[in-house]
Design a protein around this ligand. Sequence first.
Ligand SMILES: Cc1ncc(COP(=O)(O)O)c(C=O)c1O
Length: 385
Amino acid sequence: MFAKRTNWNLEANRLSAALAAHRAAGKPLIDLTVSNPTECGFQYDEEAILSALRNPAGLKYEPNPRGLAVARSAVAQYYAERGSVVLADDIFLTTSTSEAYSYVFRTLCNPGDEVLIPEPSYPLFEFLADIQDVRLVRYPLVYDYGWQIDFHALGQAITPRTRGVIVVHPNNPTGHFMKLGEMRKLSEICAAREIAIIADEVFLDFALGDKRHATFATNSGALTFTMSGLSKSCGLPQMKAAWLIVSGPASSKAQAFARLEVIADTYLSMNAPIQWALPTLLGLRQQFQMQLMGRVRENLAELDRQLAGQKSCSRLEVEGGWNAVIRVPAIRSDEELALELLATKGAHVHPGHFYDFPSEGYVVVSLIASLQDFAIGVKLLLSKS
Ligand SMILES: Cc1ncc(COP(=O)(O)O)c(C=O)c1O
């Protein structure tokens, strides 16, 4: 009766089941996996947000597959303020980056075609790929005092069925940005093999250093789809507003654009009030980003303080993003460690395999947890490791 693509095994894994039981029993929980910014105690300008959503212009229906010009111009302005020229005409608005991924997969892939994804990375792609009948092929990121793409392995992973390479910039959870040389090299490979770059830049603004990292949105060497949105840049995932930018050589860009326009026109999924509010909401991002990066810096400093007092664990280099990766002794599986930590100490961390780390010995902690929870949670983790 149902499509094979929806034959998912939806049984909770051991850790999710243990977490649900822990919560159901009403036991206290120190959660070091938090990722919902609206539940992390950040201050939002509620008045400005709510009044932006009351714009009377939103009472009118003006269907536009790319999204309203006023909202696309605000996105173009966002890039201008980062020092990059992106035209409002090259932008599609979508309800989420997940929706943007599905538009891109639909534009590029026949059933069974392949898209390369980084390993480790965020576990978002499996379902997105299944739903679009896309096959995911992993390419490794290697860590050597910092993360980088293994270009040799990436090259070998490309087959005649490869349609695109996903890059997460900066990556989640490794928090590393692609460097200019890597961006150039990737663009050359993709141009030569006639495959697209799909760049997920939802964390682009969250850099720990002073340096502003380049965007893929202006990459013209290969066909490039760059996506981001309000969920991370403004800490407003509930607003369901994101964007997709097409760049690249003129002819493939024009073709991609025409095809995407039909897909977007079929759904017309953006609502009017959020589009009218978008200039205001994007304008509030600095307030949010400053608070968030303040939290990340303090938690990272606390982590380093605690790590300095012991010898068995260390943290990997982090350049940005909302997470830190901690190397733990691989004397048991990371899942066993996470289960034991939850059962005996009431603290919750993500084992590395949640993010497709290829070997044991890694846990991921959220740097946006409250300072108090973070300090207690790390102490409990280190006492178990
Ligand atoms: C790398 C990455 N991309 C995309 C998303 C989802 O973004 P959106 O809410 O716009 O779908 C997340 C969410 O955590 C993420 O980590």
